[in-house]
Ligand binder design. Structure first.
Ligand SMILES: [Zn+2]
Ligand SMILES: [Zn+2]
Length: 157
């Protein structure tokens, strides 16, 4: 992510925080920046290590956990349950509602591709769930496999 994209993502994060009546404090912004720069999911400890490498004032893992909770509550961060890691939401400029999100996790390079919840097929899946009378509040599908860059590499051997 370059500087311009980063500034845009932070502006978007600011508006997300404002809309939810919370504040994007300096520390919260810095944690988000580290995650945005990582371009892949990090565990809270990896994130703490990375933070302490690049930022002037060090942070404790405990604070990182707290901040990640807040960032998750305003839909800027996804917790990947199957890996116990965190990633910045890829929708840094549109209104991703996060009622249903799908994360495709590459088991070879650890990259995660996020499928937008505006996707029609994903929407119809969500509707099918509602048809059963079940009321989902937040759902996240995690599918592990190989991304399109790793698939050809691994099938050559
Ligand atoms: Zn997202
Ligand atoms: Zn991959």
């Amino acid at each position: 992510m370059n500087q311009r994209q980063l500034r845009k993502a932070i502006r978007f994060a600011n508006s997300k925080f404002e809309n939810s009546g919370k504040q994007l404090t300096e520390k919260r912004q810095q944690v988000l920046e580290v995650l945005l720069h990582a371009n892949k999911p990090l565990s809270a400890y990896e994130l703490t290590d990375q933070f302490n490498k690049v930022m002037e004032t060090p942070i404790l893992a405990m604070s990182v956990y707290r901040i990640l909770d807040v960032l998750e509550s305003v839909n800027l961060v996804h917790r990947i349950k199957s890996e116990n890691k965190f990633m910045a939401c890829s929708h840094t400029n549109d209104g991703c509602q996060h009622t249903l999100s799908m994360l495709l996790i590459c088991s070879s390079c650890n990259k995660v591709i996020e499928v937008n919840d505006e996707d029609d097929k994903l929407k119809s899946l969500f509707e099918q769930v509602e048809h059963t009378g079940f009321l989902p509040n937040k759902s996240q599908l995690e599918i592990s496999g190989l991304c399109c860059q790793c698939k050809p590499k691994l099938s050559q051997n």
